[in-house]
Design a binder for this molecule. Structure first.
Ligand code: BGC
Ligand code: CA
Length: 352
């Protein structure tokens, strides 16, 4: 691999990449025209229009720019969109391999299909940083140059339950509107099979029932993380259950925002409490405006910097075990924080 890298410059490749990994290149960094090394990080996304995933990539690009400004390396981050197709994603990985990228970061279209990507990367000796969509453990064990960056999913479910629990303990009639001692709820779930969807749902419900709160599920269904699908589902549920719905649990904010839109359009007099996860700027606004009782920050900045730190360290032959937060030699899972009207201003400030 090292040899291949040294041969860089001989191969002719595509437009995007005409100088290859670890080549010395003459570039403009800041205002200086200097002779430095180039590193290349390829990123393939399951879907670029996923709002949360796109915040990770925006942060990643910013972090890389800042690092590049230190003047040590020219850093190329090439972000491509698999548009929900595993075939596209596999082709994109092939290209990164052919173009001799230093590290490939993969947001899997189908998290159970990682072995195919791993085999390609392993035979080219290019490390892989998976993120946001976690491969199964068995796949993560296939090679010692595989990493995963994501969030502590159990915690997000527990904290989401905590928002409703706190409201209930403060004044149970805010939550239990009909006063029957139970919380009538609907649940909008993320993509079936996605670790965050499964775990968030499970831990949210488990946490509440373990605290002795009685729940009555009116409906639950997947809206695949998506605003529009959540809007359609919620519109239907409002028709079916009307004022009976007391809480709308959402596996992410984009679906919560879709549900809120449906509620706004419905003319319901008794609106249920809506709670999400991610901390998207629009969701923070909704918390501020009282349309949402709360959300949980899924730390896209910390995740982007974890992805970058691992990738950069690998590309520059550093010691990956020194990367902050790395566990079991391959995992970084970031913690969450709860946001309600009480502390939302703090986060709105940060978004400016
Ligand atoms: C986020 C969702 C996002 C999904 C994509 C989850 O961790 O909370 O908003 O749609 O990842 O994989
Ligand atoms: Ca009730």
């Amino acid at each position: 691999m090292k040899l291949i890298k040294r041969l860089c410059g001989i191969l002719t490749t595509t437009l995007i990449v005409n100088s290859l990994a670890a080549c010395n290149v003459n570039v403009n960094v800041g205002n200086k025209n200097t002779y430095i090394k180039e590193i290349k990080i390829g990123v393939t996304l399951y879907k670029q229009d996923d709002v949360f995933v796109s915040t990770i990539t925006k942060n990643l690009e910013e972090i890389a720019k800042e690092k590049e400004n230190e003047g040590k390396y020219k850093i190329i981050i090439n972000i491509v969109d698999a548009k929900g197709s595993l075939i596209n994603q596999s082709n994109q990985v092939d290209k990164f391999v052919a173009q001799n990228y230093d590290v490939i970061c993969v947001n899997m279209v189908d998290r159970t299909a990682a072995s195919m990507i791993i085999d390609k990367a392993k035979s080219a000796n290019i490390p892989v940083v998976f993120f946001n969509r976690e491969p199964v453990e068995e796949d993560m064990e296939r090679w010692n140059k595989l990493y995963y960056v994501g969030a502590q999913a159990e915690q997000s479910g527990e904290l989401q339950a905590g928002i409703i629990m706190n409201a209930y303990e403060k004044d149970n009639r805010i939550v239990d509107k009909n006063g029957d001692g139970k919380i009538q709820y609907v649940m909008l779930e993320g993509e079936p099979g996605h670790q965050d969807a499964l775990i968030r749902t499970e831990y949210c419900i488990k946490t509440l029932t373990q605290k002795g709160i009685e729940l009555e599920k009116l409906a639950d269904d997947t809206a695949n993380w998506q605003n529009a699908q959540a809007n359609t589902k919620m519109t239907q549920w409002i028709k079916n259950f009307g004022n009976k719905i007391e809480v709308v649990f959402c596996n992410n904010d984009d679906m919560a925002l879709g549900a809120i839109q449906a509620l706004e359009n419905s003319g319901l007099t008794e609106k249920p409490l809506v709670v999400g996860i991610d901390g998207l700027p629009k969701a923070l606004e909704a918390v501020k405006n009282g349309l949402m009782i709360g959300t949980i920050i899924n730390d896209s900045k910390k995740q982007a910097s974890a992805i970058f730190n691992i990738a950069y360290t690998l590309a520059t032959n550093g010691d990956v075990n020194s990367v902050e937060g790395l566990e079991k030699g391959k995992y970084i899972k970031t913690p969450h924080t709860q946001v309600t009207s009480e502390n939302v201003d703090l986060y709105l400030e940060n978004k400016k």
